[in-house]
Design a binder for this molecule. Sequence first.
Ligand code: TYD
Length: 131
Amino acid sequence: MELPRVTDARGNLTFIEGGEHVPFDIARVYYLYDVPGGEFRGGHAHRELEQLIVAAAGSFDVVVSDGVSTERFFLNRSYYGLYVPRMVWRELEDFSSGSVCLVLASQRYDEGDYYRDHDEFVAARAAAELA
Ligand code: TYD
């Protein structure tokens, strides 16, 4: 999603309003930083949670999967966000030095909302497709 940009010689500004620039109310913000080279984050899906992922600084890849097909997104602009709906497996990797991954989330933290086992996620997606 392209986010609003107020460009200015003094430095640029981007803002995100819940329900306006992301299709959900924002209940939580968190960010990943100081990620060592070669490390990856994520490796899970959410039952209900929706997120917008922004490379607030630097760059990284987000690999998303519905259990059948996989797509890789390279994020390197602070005015683009990747919207990740519920029931999508995500992995974040190839973080550049000094990068900051900003995440806006539709719900507060709830470990019960996670699928952390990939096989369990794929089975749940398949069951949902059949239902
Ligand atoms: P996790 O979501 O697995 O991190 P990532 O997907 O970015 O690799 O969370 C890592 C740990 O941090 C886990 O123990 C739960 C905790 N955590 C919170 O307490 N609150 C939060 O909002 C988040 C995102 C994680």
